[in-house]
Design a protein around this ligand. Structure first.
Ligand code: GTP
Ligand code: CA
Length: 494
């Protein structure tokens, strides 16, 4: 009986050291399993989708966005997975045939059906936002603009997605959501380390948006946001009629006034040797031109290729005669001095990228423009055989307009020229207003900062490796201790 008790007392499993080791190992295993369950839950999540149609003045694009279902409120989680460019012109060109506007969207919407998993169709929101082309149509013919919007709305309702409306967005929204997009994609909103201004150049309007140092003197140009716990006081302005297609018309109309021969329009912004018969209505048929000069049905558009003269003619479209504030850009619009870095996208990028002006100084850009505009049209066509002649013929004008808008209009100088980054995409996503618009309407950017994740992925992996090694070590120690204790116990019995 005494012998039996002695064996029991000496059983190593009953020693305090062994009990503590076992308890530590058990707790360790529980911690490792719990952390991996919580952490991996985040990895095995499913994706959600959203569709935004950008119904611009020149064309419509359909953007599909995707984000992990359980990370809706974390910044940087939404990315563009697919784009489809609708064939033909923008929806505002269907004023005489509104049904055609809705039909034009079909091909891209069928593509969206293929790209988004069927089980997500019903819950996927679809938004259509129309910009300056539709704003101009509304000014010209409100009834026609309503019919076009109704037609695209009916067309979008035929798809299995959750249609959320088709509307003309305000110029302020276009500017502000472009700013949200570039700053969301650059992860500037959560970190609050400074923001990127946004410059958007479309066919019919252009937007400038940034956080100014000066006070905003006009309420129409001020927008406030609270995002991830930070307050932003933004300056924004959208210049209707200052998109590059409308400014080309304004500039041609201006030249008509000083023409001696009303059938021959000599243009320093087009290359020498460029000579094309154009229709008078194609220039003047826009609400952006108030004074319709009496001209014939057709005219010859003849290039002269003189950059300095081109810039002088472009300057005439900026009205600087009045300003009711301490400072203005042009057309009597208040603008504080530009501040910080800017992302310039849409036609700012297409044009500056083509002209190879996305880097270098303002002075170099002017010299390159001078050379480019002076190149004969024949040579330009030979140099770029794959580019549509309409686009190609307009780069001298568009590049000149961009330099003039940025320098004379917005007051960028050779000192802060380098602060303008010409961008098309950030990561996979296009820079533009659509992503910001969707993030806002789905409430995906919270006003307050979301909870910090339990552990960053790198930290999680290191932690799991170290902890697992530690548990193995403890197992090994427990084993050594058990073996030694059993041997001692056996020796004692013998
Ligand atoms: N060179 C060139 N121009 C383009 C390209 N894509 C569009 N454009 C032109 O660039 C201008 C601006 O295009 P977008 O930014 O799509 O303009 P939009 O959204 O239709 O117009 P808004 O309603 O004013 O915003 C238009 O004159 C287009 O015809 C391109 O790939 N290359
Ligand atoms: Ca646009």
């Amino acid at each position: 009986m005494d012998e039996q008790r002695e064996v029991q007392v000496k059983n190593p499993c009953h020693r305090p050291v062994f009990i503590i080791l076992t308890a530590v190992i058990a707790v360790g295993i529980i911690i490792v399993v719990s952390i991996s369950v919580v952490q991996n839950k985040r990895i095995s999540q499913k994706y959600k989708y959203g569709i935004v149609l950008d119904a611009g003045s020149s064309h419509t694009s359909v953007f599909i966005y995707e984000w992990p279902a359980e990370k809706e409120n974390n910044t940087g989680m939404v990315r563009q997975t697919h784009t489809c460019n609708v064939k033909g012109k923008g929806i505002s060109s269907y004023s005489a045939n509104p049904e055609g506007a809705g039909m034009s969207l079909q091909e891209c919407m069928e593509e969206a059906k293929q790209k988004i998993p069927v089980r997500r169709h019903l819950e996927t929101p679809v938004y259509l936002g129309a910009t300056a082309g539709m704003r101009l149509l509304k000014m010209e013919d409100e009834d026609a603009s309503e019919k076009v919007l109704a037609s695209v709305g009916r067309s979008l309702q035929k798809y299995p997605f959750s249609f959320q409306g088709a509307r003309i967005i305000l110029g302020q929204e276009e500017g502000a959501f472009g700013w949200i997009t570039v700053n969301y994609l650059s992860d500037n909103l959560r970190t609050a380390t400074g923001t990127l201004g946004a410059l958007d150049l479309g066919g019919a309007s252009t937007q400038i948006t940034f956080v100014p140092k000066q006070e905003i003197e006009s309420q129409d140009n001020a927008i406030d946001f609270r995002l991830y716990g930070n307050d932003y006081h933004l300056y924004t302005h959208s210049f209707l009629c200052f998109g590059k297609d409308q400014v080309l018309r304004l500039s041609l109309a201006e030249k008509f006034h000083s023409m001696i021969d009303s059938t021959l329009l000599r243009d320093p912004c087009f290359h020498t040797g460029y000579n094309l018969s154009k229709k008078y209505v194609d220039v003047f048929d826009t609400p952006c031109i108030k004074e319709k000069s009496a001209s014939p049905k057709d005219f010859f558009h003849v290039g002269e290729g003189v950059w300095v003269e081109c810039q002088n003619s472009v300057r005439k479209v900026f009205n600087k005669s009045h300003c009711g504030y301490s400072t203005c850009s042009f057309d009597g619009v208040f603008q504080p001095s530009v501040e910080g870095k800017f992302g310039a996208f849409s036609a700012f990028f297409f044009v500056m990228d083509f002209l190879n002006l996305t880097s270098g100084t303002l002075h170099e850009a002017k010299l390159k423009m001078k050379r480019y505009c002076a190149t004969p049209w024949k040579e330009i066509v030979q140099r770029y055989p794959s580019i549509k002649e309409k686009y190609l013929s307009e780069y001298c004008f568009s590049g000149t307009y961009i330099l003039t808008l940025l320098e004379d209009g917005y007051k960028f100088t050779s000192n802060n020229w380098k602060d303008i980054q010409f961008i098309k995409k950030i990561g996979d996503s296009d820079a533009g207003w659509t992503l910001g618009y969707m993030l806002n309407l789905t409430n995906m950017i919270p006003a307050e900062a979301p909870d910090i994740p339990l552990m960053a992925h790198g930290g999680y992996v290191s932690f799991m490796v170290l902890f697992t090694l530690l548990i193995f070590l403890l197992f090994f120690l427990a084993f050594l201790y058990y073996r030694r204790s059993t041997r001692t116990a056996q020796k004692d019995i013998i």
